[in-house]
Design a protein around this ligand. Structure first.
Ligand SMILES: Cc1cc2nc3c(=O)[nH]c(=O)nc-3n(C[C@H](O)[C@H](O)[C@H](O)COP(=O)(O)O)c2cc1C
Length: 168
């Protein structure tokens, strides 16, 4: 699958084959892709926590709405932003930087045969608190990415919206 195909094939996956263990090398490849994303002044203001513990995954579904897919997902990758990594150089760009890293996670995972679902944490305080209950970080929990082998195959969307584009 080339990158053009991956971008167009990707969909959020909310049902996964249960009991699948993702090898450590796959997580490393996915997180390497995340860390290859561009970031303001190359500040790399991120931290990644891979969660496979079922109790923690279950706990997150209780504290955060719209995360029920974690019940069948093999794991969650918690993406935390590190605003302090940008102090004095490029303050405030960290959510954009983390967003770029997240998109790389989704696409690299797809290329390895996994499905994902990006669940937004930041800036909703109740979500941040729910994640902090289970994940210690000096950063700000920004997103929970569910990952696993898909047990559904939503069709590619394909939506180029002419009205949202202007050429000047
Ligand atoms: C910032 C952000 C937060 C999201 N939060 C959730 C979420 O909490 N739960 C969920 O099921 N999907 C979540 N999504 C996935 C979107 O619902 C999904 O990307 C959108 O409906 C388009 O569908 P697609 O990803 O299949 O193209 C989120 C996506 C983004 C980018």
């Amino acid at each position: 699958m080339n990158i053009s195909e991956a971008i167009r094939a990707r969909r959020s996956i909310r049902r996964y084959k249960p009991g699948v263990e993702i090898p450590r090398e796959d997580f490393q490849k996915i997180l390497e892709a995340a860390m290859m994303a561009p970031s303001a002044c190359n500040s790399r203001p991120w931290e990644f926590v891979v969660v496979t513990d079922r109790q923690i995954l279950e706990g997150i579904t209780k504290g955060m709405t719209y995360t029920q897919m974690l019940k069948t997902a093999s794991a969650a990758i918690i993406v935390c932003g590190l605003p302090q990594a940008q102090a004095g150089i490029s303050e405030g760009f960290w959510p954009q930087d983390c967003g770029a890293a997240i998109e790389n996670i989704l696409l690299q995972a797809l290329d390895l045969g996994y499905g994902t679902c990006w669940c937004g944490v930041y800036p909703r305080e109740s979500n941040i608190a729910a994640v902090r209950q289970y994940v210690e970080t000096e950063g700000v929990p920004l997103a929970v990415i569910a990952i696993g082998v898909p047990d559904e195959s939503p069709a590619p969307r394909g939506h180029y919206e002419e009205s949202k584009v202007r050429f000047l």
